[in-house]
Design a protein around this ligand. Sequence first.
Ligand code: NIG
Ligand code: FE
Length: 396
Amino acid sequence: MADWDLLLTNARVATMAASVPGYGEVEDAALAISGGRIAWVGRREELPQGEAAKTLSLEGRWLTPALIDCHTHLVFGGDRSGEFEQRLEGASYEDIARAGGGIMSTVRATREMSADELFAAALPRVQALAAEGVATIEIKSGYGLDVDNEIKMLDVARRLGEASAIAIRTTLLAAHTVPAEYRDKADDYIDLVCDELLPEVAARGLADAVDAYCESIAFTAPQVTKVFRAAKRLGLPVKLHADQLSDGGGAELAARFSALSADHLEYTSSAGVKAMAGSGAVAVLLPGAFLTLGETRKPPVDELRQQGVPLAVASDCNPGTSPICSLRNAMMLASRLFRLTPLECLAGTTREAARALGLADDRGTLEVGKRADIAVWDVEHPRELAYWIGTPQLAE
Ligand code: NIG
Ligand code: FE
């Protein structure tokens, strides 16, 4: 029996390992795969004796960890191009939400669609991400907002994983906005989420994490606290849409619950950054939403860096604030709008994105023992992945 299933040689490798600075570059490298895991990686001349069932010469191409989109809402019904027009004519995201549009309009469209219809609408989005080197995608619920429809969304997300070669991580985002039928009764809705929906989702094993939207147009910190306590009781890790449109103390709240990540963070204060630093939470930056909403206040990237908070980048693919089905474009935007370096953009869509999903031990770098999720690129250097705009460079 061969020692390895596949041996890749004549490659250049960016391991993105945290233990070495920069990209972890290895010139003239070899990488051996066994049982879907990386069995060996390093300089070709140091490759130990072994037999491979198949050997591929990559002719100097670059290998990086496959990309990870750690924040999407890509299962949804309808679209919000009408609201896009309204915003360009002067309405704000908050105005539209308060008038019953925004997230609620996607909730109406999503409730109307069957699981099969939602699946068919979402599959091309998954395929678009896969075509640019993404191998793991997080998908949130949050457009169902009742027990049946939230479960329907999570089921569809799981099915997308079964139907494609992409690994899907699901997140319950039932606390996304107050559904119309609970208008002025947000606390009752939170009780439904904590007492009925969360236990049901946990019992069915449908969610890998629990998210909430802490914002003036969504839920207060005490309401989110209730959801997080319920999630923790069921053994589910949490994450948070934090401080996107105002400073609601979201970063601090996420830190207090040892959240996997706090996402958006445009209005996070210095205290919030410091709280995150001690907590292990990843800062997930979502430049697609920043761009689409025409935001001007940027996340405190310098402070996050100074405090050593890990930075991830995600597409936030959703019909309202980030109709962007491209992680490469999110990298491009993170570099232009938030001044992340190309290295930070790549780390933010590999190693740190894995960490934001609680998968740091399993994927996100090219190191022995990790999943053999590998992207092969036709580039001269991996910095080009944040540099080129709309240029497909995935070799396989
Ligand atoms: O990440 N901020 C809240 N949630 C989404 C937007 C959802 C929507 O508008 O449909 C976001 O931006
Ligand atoms: Fe989001």
